[in-house]
Write a protein that binds this ligand. Sequence first.
Ligand code: CA2
Length: 146
Amino acid sequence: MASALFILNGPNLNRLGTREPDVYGHTTLGDIERMCRETAEDIGFDIEFRQTNFEGMLVDWIQEAGDVAQGLIINPAAYTHTSVAIRDAITTADIPTVEVHLSNIHARDAFRHHSYVSPVAYGVICGFGATGYRLAIEALSEVIRA
Ligand code: CA2
């Protein structure tokens, strides 16, 4: 069976492509999912791609990823800057995790400069828009295969 990656997306990312195109571009989350599926298929990984606006749902899905997946890619969106629960879930899942952000959070408001997730992530990619998800899949596949 192919290795599985969970790709989880947090609050408001379902609105991508419809508002704030100056910050987040015109790409929709559906476009990003299609790109992730193509990338993963090319390198022989299955993906589970999900979005929720609820913190507890993200915690449940991270726990599920820890049980069934080989790696996790997560854009926790605003919860990046607030959620100890998501950080704890990632620590407990104990699978290599890449934190992804479309925008460069360090070039934005000061409150976005701190991430609760980064210290427990294997790596962090930010500022490359949707391309960051593709880079995360490629990087994570190398970590898992190493
Ligand atoms: O740059 C990223 O990917 C973020 O995780 C996006 C979050 C933000 O809170 C983080 O600081 C950085 C916000 C996602 C909101 O997405 C929207 C999409 C379209 C229109 C409005 C919001």
